[in-house]
Design a protein around this ligand. Structure first.
Ligand code: NAD
Ligand code: ADE
Length: 409
């Protein structure tokens, strides 16, 4: 019996009412009977609950980590030893082990895949085409994975339908914004034990994640500047009360930089050379290339660990730069991932989309599909019920009014 991870799973489950309601139905209907599901996700407690409810729905589940630093080993052990889940994940693995684990879940020749970031699906289209023989379709969790899938679709090589879970309303409106907002602060504070109030903070990207991070950083007393490449998003940031500047200007005065763009080299070595001595850099985007850590590793004249999750680099101009978790997503590598109630909604979308794919894959083209509106609607309604909140509904005469040209004055 693995106790620590088991307690984390139980705590998560207790706070996931939407997933629990879905799992009750899955237990009686068994929508995944006879299906193997291979997943590459951040293996921590909430993901564990998703794996368990798919298993309760009859699936044979295999789970690997989608990031070398985001696994919670106590949860891995509880899923494996207490629940018999075929899980391949460990915090701090090297690149070879990371791909070995992904290969292992693909060896199961899955019928459905659930991916976060696109590595699993990319492998099914490149070096592991042998493992794609049974694949009926799958789901992708995050913005970066969707960008990669859309590129595959555009090149006409996508072999099976994939659901865009990220763009479900009940996912990105809450997960990317409020989830990343809170968990990025959690990761930053855990890694550094530093104060946010009064600090000058640059948030790169004012998409769903960036606006959540900016909002929560400001809420803690940080003085936030936003960098963007999209003029509309930049105007939104201005109207929300932030200063907007270029990275190479904003970084000169910053205490902390957080990236959340999905783009590489957003903080380049040249940016670091003009930064303040002792700046702290971290990233919440999917990949670890938003801060040019590889360049920093090549060009810094000294590096060393100054806290267990902070590496300090000395630059040739004499200044130091501190990087959290090697530039990997700070909320999972140094924090606990999104709050439980947020992942309850994201993983409810995952579970219902997987069920839809299992039932309807034959009618779906091999492209990227939006999540059916009924799935968003049902997750929102279950969430409201769990909060004991009631909605108004339209009367017949209001419906008529809506469908008429309207009664003017
Ligand atoms: P988004 O598309 O909504 O926003 C990204 C923003 O970054 C856009 O507004 C874009 O214009 C801007 N941008 C791109 N290049 C830039 C640059 N060089 N400088 C400044 N801004 C730039 O995407 P999102 O949903 O906010 O996701 C952002 C990243 O975070 C993705 O990699 C996504 O996969 C990841 N993500 C992480 C978590 C997490 O738990 N850490 C959760 C959800 C998404
Ligand atoms: N926990 C599990 N999966 C996650 C994700 N994609 N983002 C944040 N926290 C998570």
């Amino acid at each position: 019996m693995s106790t620590e991870g088991q307690l984390k799973l139980e705590w998560a489950r207790e706070h996931m009412p939407v997933c629990n309601l879905i799992s009750e139905r899955f237990r009686s209907e068994k929508p995944f009977k006879g299906l193997r599901i291979s997943m590459a996700l951040h293996v921590e407690a909430k993901t564990g609950i998703l794996a368990l409810i798919l298993k309760e729905g009859g699936a044979d589940v295999s789970l690997a980590s989608c990031n070398p630093l985001s696994s919670d080993d106590s949860v891995v052990s509880a899923l494996r030893n207490n629940h018999g889940i075929d899980v391949h994940a460990k915090k701090g693995i090297d690149e070879d082990t990371y791909y070995k684990y992904l290969n292992t879940v693909l060896d199961r020749k899955p019928h459905l895949v659930i991916d976060d970031g696109g590595d699993l699906v990319k492998m099914l289209h490149t070096n592991r085409t042998d493992a794609s023989v049974n694949v009926l379709g799958g789901n992708e969790e995050t913005t970066t994975g969707i960008v990669r899938l859309r590129a595959m679709e555009k090149d006409g090589i996508l072999k099976f339908p994939m659901f865009d879970v990220n763009d479900a309303m009940m996912k990105h409106l809450f997960d990317n914004r409020y989830g990343t907002g809170q968990s990025t602060l959690d990761g930053f504070m855990h890694a550094t034990n530093l104060l946010i109030a009064g600090k000058k903070i640059v948030v790169a990207g004012y998409g769903y994640c960036g606006r959540g991070i900016a909002m929560r950083m400001r809420g803690m007393g940080g003085i936030v500047t936003v960098t963007e490449i999209d003029p509309v998003k930049a105007v939104e940031a201005v109207m929300d009360g932030y200063t907007v500047a270029r990275m190479n200007d904003a970084i000169r005065d910053a205490d902390i930089v957080v990236t959340a763009t999905g783009m590489k080299d957003v903080v380049s070595y040249d940016d670091m050379l003009v930064a303040r001595n002792g700046i702290v850099l971290c990233n919440s985007g999917h990949f670890n290339n938003e801060i040019s850590v590889s360049e920093l590793n090549k060009r810094a004249i000294w590096k060393g660990e100054v806290r267990s999750e902070v590496r300090r680099y000395k630059l040739d101009n004499g200044n130091t730069v501190n990087v959290i978790s090697d530039g990997r997503l700070v909320n999972l590598a140094s924090g606990q991932g999104h709050p439980v109630e947020i992942m309850d909604m994201s993983f409810a979308i995952q579970a219902l989309s997987a069920e839809y794919m299992a039932k309807h894959h034959a009618e779906m083209q091999p492209r990227v599909h939006q999540i059916p509106a009924v799935i968003d609607d049902s997750v929102a309604r279950i969430k409201l019920e769990s909060l004991k909140l009631k909605l108004d509904s339209l009367s017949e005469s209001q419906v008529d009014y809506m469908n008429s040209w309207g009664e003017g004055t």
